[in-house]
Design a protein around this ligand. Sequence first.
Ligand code: PLP
Length: 388
Amino acid sequence: MPDRNPAGRAAGGGGACGRDGPQSAPPRQGCGVTATVYLDANATEPLRPAARAALLAALDGVGNPSSVHTAGRAARRILEDSRDAIARRLGGEIVFTSGGTESDALAIHALGHNRRLLIGATEHDAVRAARADAEILPVDANGVLDLTALETALSGSPALVCLMAANNETGTIQPVAEAAALCRRHGARLHVDAVQAAGRMAVDLRTLGADSLAISSHKLGGPAGAGALVLAADWDGPSLIVGGGQERGRRGGTPAIPIIAGFAAAIAEPAPDLLPLRQVAEQAAIACGGIVLGGDNRLANTICVALPGVAAQTQLIALDIAGIQVSAGSACSSGKVARSHVLEAMGLGALAGEAIRVSLPWNATQADVAAFATAYAAMTARVTRRAA
Ligand code: PLP
């Protein structure tokens, strides 16, 4: 079985990792031990070939886009062409950032200035940690936002609402258009964290009716280190990073031209249809006693599956030894798996510590899913024997 991670991007982070940091051990192919199958796309996607080509081509350029000479103008052309390509795809004005976390933080800082902050209970830590006074809105057992609770909360003073388009742990898709209509009716703004949705389902700022979107290059097959805040209207809040006036004063700092070129190339790639593969993997897990969480309306690449009575960490290690790289709800820098705030918000009790996430990358194959099914069955058989 070929190593599905030629760029080594599944390698265990070394250093602190966030809730979605890669959690698997480094690939061991080459030591003659086990080939690996990378099924942790929601942590980071493998680099798309078109993104790699654009990144490498731009690496040879030398100019700073703020310089007026020929090399500077060439760099500015790459920057503006990339901006146009991403804007065409997502329908808004683009502010380049370093990634999803910064895009969320910038939206909350600028669009949420002098406003209350309302967030869904299953938002990513990039949103949860951005402001200590955020009011948390409940979700149902599938992790879907309670729109009645949102409407009640909106009756107070002006707010910024943050809602993810799709959840990173379960893939659950949120009712963004309905939330946007409620926000409009109550004079609230809506920021959508589309970090997991972009590149996997249709995302368009105008169709969603949101005020801003956060996206991240490495979650859609581009290189890590760039992201964007997509804006529906002009800016009226303070910037997070000021400096040389780049991004029309909205985000200071010299833009990472090669990474942005790779980002734009990745977002132009078509989304693969991963649903048939997801269904095969899901059925294999269910046949072994797994419980798939998050309802039916989910990203086509994401499975969150609990195995009652078996800690997520035990499952991760067993699958990793078998060469299958998946993750669990949350991992911390010590490498331990903590209980997932997402699954806890869904009211899942003990299952919140017993679920793993299988997230298929854009280049997943039938062989990958077959390898997962074999490893999952072997793991559950071993656990069952031990418990008997
Ligand atoms: N939002 C969501 C839903 C995510 O899943 C992540 C990362 O996992 C982020 C934001 C942060 O993105 P980045 O890793 O680009 O900072």
